[in-house]
Write a protein that binds this ligand. Structure first.
Ligand SMILES: Cc1cc2nc3c(=O)[nH]c(=O)nc-3n(C[C@H](O)[C@H](O)[C@H](O)COP(=O)(O)OP(=O)(O)OC[C@H]3O[C@@H](n4cnc5c(N)ncnc54)[C@H](O)[C@@H]3O)c2cc1C
Length: 431
């Protein structure tokens, strides 16, 4: 592959005949969920893993709602019980369409579901659990901010001398993984083009006491006049996030605190549950987060988790993509062929593109319209006949178990285009 271009070049062929070049020494930048999971899986398989975990993190970490398909990864890492001990058990999801209409889904009603629950997690403790699992598996965790350099004008990367020294290494690793989240060191270093989403939203995130939720444990998505908000129940508090057009939120002030507090006071839906609330953390602001790289692997490197791409907070896909990517990348590195690495790249690209489709249907109003039509149709004869089939394929996209399944996605695509029973989706669009 050529740096800076997405290409399907003919030469050199990623050939099956190439000798297997299994990476015996792997350096991972980033001790978040993706890096730590990859580190744990590789170290367990006998790979010498150095994991650079920078200590700098915001006062609260975004990404607290897990989809059910993540739970098997927690079991695999041996941390489910520990995570359960400090998290909130999550049985489903609630969508507040507007002041009149609320709809809730329970994971145990999903036909064919392998996992029927999940967790809402305080991310500082969750990240620490995953990192500890990597340590237990034998990964060497170095609390240091790693810096990469390009080797000449080639596609190869190396650790800077100072980074090598911080880890006590006297030679370069065989392979480097950028799992450093949205700081995206490789994208910047190799000037790799990105595909950026079309939303220009700002997400503001803080924790509150005294906030009500409709169904305890459920993640709540409130559709607002401007944008949408989340409510994620955590032990003793509720995480609130508002996702709103950047220009609009600017009216409420300059600081993240002014914007969030002002918006919560004024928005007609949010102010109902926010009135008795007390904010107990600073507000953290995120912008320009919808971005994915057009490459995921190179000569001696790969991107993982958010460093490869992040689509959008709605539907909580980020951590699932991070865990699945970690598993797939670890398999590819253990197989040790170019072909395996390219398979990892394609699979992750497919996953990001699949979520992009689903999330597009949320923002253009078609998905919420379909949910509403579905509730009505369920009581009719055709609804009863077809419901058996839909109940298996559609919800499993949102629990993460079928998120990349082409048939399930095609079925939803067909329904959001042709199954809205004459209802205009524009009414449910997210402004
Ligand atoms: C507004 C918003 C809301 C979200 N809500 C959800 C949600 O509810 N559910 C969900 O599943 N996902 C959510 N996400 C996405 C989720 O937070 C991410 O997908 C997930 O954290 C990705 O994990 P990661 O390990 O790839 O990256 P991160 O969690 O960002 O971890 C990367 C780590 O690497 C460290 N690092 C960076 N550079 C270096 C370096 N040079 N050296 C050493 N360490 C380094 C960072 O400090 C960090 O600790 C949300 C995202 C946003 C923006």
């Amino acid at each position: 592959m050529i740096a800076g271009k997405r290409c399907f070049i003919v030469l050199p062929m990623p050939s099956r005949k190439r000798p297997v070049r299994r990476a015996n020494r792997v350096a991972i930048l980033g001790g978040g969920p993706s890096g730590a999971t990859a580190g744990a899986l590789l170290a367990r398989a006998g790979v010498d893993v150095v994991l650079f975990a920078r200590n700098k993190r915001p006062p609260i970490i975004v990404g607290e709602s897990l989809v059910p398909a993540i739970v098997p990864f927690l079991r695999e890492l041996g941390i489910e019980e520990e995570v359960a001990s400090y998290s909130i058990w999550k049985g489903g999801a609630t969508f507040i369409h507007d002041k009149e209409y609320t709809q809730s889904f329970r994971f145990h009603e999903v036909r064919g579901a392998k996992t029927t629950y999940s967790y809402n997690v305080p991310r500082d403790r969750f990240d620490a659990s995953v990192l500890e699992a990597a340590r237990r598996a034998g990964a060497r965790v170095i609390e240091h901010s790693a810096r990469l350099e390009r080797v000449g004008q080639s596609d190869r990367l190396k650790l800077s001398e100072e980074t090598l020294a911080a880890a006590g290494l006297d030679e370069q690793p065989d392979f480097i993984v950028d799992a450093g989240g949205r700081s995206r060191q490789i994208v910047r270093l190799l000037e790799i083009p990105t595909i950026d989403g079309n939303r220009r939203d700002t997400a503001l995130h803080a924790h509150f006491e005294g906030v009500e939720v409709e169904i305890p444990g459920n993640v709540h998505t409130d559709r607002l006049e401007h944008g949408w908000s989340w409510r994620i129940p955590l032990p003793g508090r509720v995480s609130i996030g508002i996702v709103i057009d950047s220009e609009f939120i600017g009216r409420f002030g300059d600081t993240a605190e002014e914007q969030m507090d002002g918006f919560l006071r004024e928005d007609p839906i949010v102010r109902d549950f926010a009135r008795p609330a007390r904010r107990v953390t600073p507000v953290v602001r995120y912008t320009n987060y919808q971005s994915r790289s057009t490459r995921g692997v190179g000569e001696n490197w790969a991107m993982l988790g958010d460093a490869f791409g992040f689509i959008d907070p709605v539907f909580s896909s980020g951590l699932l993509i991070a865990f699945e990517g970690a598993r797939d990348l670890a398999h590819a590195l253990l197989e040790g062929t170019d072909k395996a690495l390219q398979r990892y790249e394609r699979k992750t690209e497919h996953s990001l593109a699949s979520w992009q489709r689903v999330i597009g249907w949320f923002y253009n109003g078609r998905l919420l319209t379909l949910f509403r039509v579905g509730e009505y149709v369920r009581g009719t004869l055709p609804g009863k006949l077809l419901g058996f089939h839909f109940r298996k394929h559609m919800p499993r996209i949102f629990t993460g178990e079928d998120a990349t399944n082409r048939y399930s996605l095609g079925l939803v695509e067909f329904m959001v285009k042709h199954g809205l029973a004459g209802n205009d989706p524009i009414k449910m669009k997210i402004n």
